[in-house]
Design a protein around this ligand. Structure first.
Ligand SMILES: Nc1ncnc2c1ncn2[C@@H]1O[C@H](COP(=O)(O)OP(=O)(O)O)[C@@H](O)[C@H]1O
Ligand SMILES: [Mg+2]
Length: 273
């Protein structure tokens, strides 16, 4: 364990939408060069966590600090600088459909750097090579398979040489072979670029391959965050159920409705609509 300051520091982060508490006092630290995998069921706030890290959502309480800077306290320029350090790989790739692969990867380079066209051509080629997509510059997203789209999304995310990479469910919807390929590319990027990363995934196999530490979010709280071996041995029944993928156990049971909501049903059911 090294003792340098964390690159990503999530401190007592809470976020609700109306009465729905999504994240509750979440604490997570990711150190330089470390790969953190975040597991959790659908709708447990994993994307909300990433959006807080990117400064796309503001916490209700607590904060996220990136390289020591508290994200929600930054002005426009400060936020822009922080976002430049982060490469975001969105769920389902989110490529611009009307643009070619080249234009998708070149987009941020054209916008945010003073690179010449020749330099951009070289950088796009380099990024596509890193994700095994060399020579696909002229294709449109509609001509790509799901796995290829994700890889182009990765190439776009690394174009500006970010120090941090965030992957939001990079393998959801892919077949097991492509899931493996994507996992290996994430590992390659970690080793070649030395980036600090958070990967959100449902895929346990790639989680164990790419993680230095694994966190599990359950009912808005981070209930475990530890190296893969310790995570496997974690006695928490929720962790064990997640590892087994069982339908029985605490993990898939709905939480009891809050008492306040029940009381309101009695007085005025329309308030809940
Ligand atoms: N901008 C928003 N406004 C209202 N509710 C939201 C918003 N973003 C997310 N949510 C809700 O927060 C919960 C967690 O969402 P999300 O982080 O996308 O889940 P997941 O863990 O599947 O990524 C969901 O119930 C979702 O409906
Ligand atoms: Mg999500």
């Amino acid at each position: 364990m090294n003792d340098t300051a964390p690159v990503i520091d999530v401190v007592n982060l809470s976020k609700a939408f109306g009465p729905k508490v999504v994240l509750s006092n979440v604490n997570l630290q990711v150190r330089e060069g470390e790969s953190l995998v975040v597991l959790g069921g659908s709708g447990t706030g994993k994307t909300v966590l990433l959006r807080n890290i990117m400064g796309l959502l503001e916490p209700d309480s607590g904060h996220v600090a990136i390289e020591g800077k508290i994200v929600h306290q930054l002005d426009r320029e400060g936020l822009f600088e922080v976002r430049k350090a982060i490469g975001m790989c969105f769920q389902m790739a989110a490529l611009f459909d009307s643009m070619t692969v080249f234009e998708n990867v070149a987009f941020a380079l054209r916008r945010h750097t003073g690179m010449t066209e020749a330099e951009i051509v070289d950088r796009v080629d380099e990024c596509l090579s890193m994700v095994g997509m060399k020579g696909t510059q002229a294709l449109k997203p509609a001509e790509l398979s799901g796995g290829m789209k994700r890889r182009v999304g990765f190439a776009r995310a690394i174009a500006l040489k970010p120090r941090i990479l965030l992957f939001d469910e990079p393998t959801t919807g892919l077949d097991p072979v492509m899931t493996d390929v994507i996992g290996r590319i994430i590992l390659d990027l970690k080793h070649e670029l030395g980036v600090t990363s958070i990967t959100i995934t449902h895929d346990l196999k790639s989680a164990f391959e790419i993680a230095d530490r694994i966190a599990l979010i359950f009912r808005g709280e981070c209930i475990a965050c530890e190296p893969p071996d310790a995570f496997k041995q974690n006695p928490n029944p929720v962790v064990q159920q997640f590892l087994r993928g069982d339908a029985d156990g605490p993990f898939l049971q709905d939480p009891p409705p809050p008492k306040r909501a029940l009381a309101r049903v009695v007085h005025n059911p329309l308030q809940l609509l």
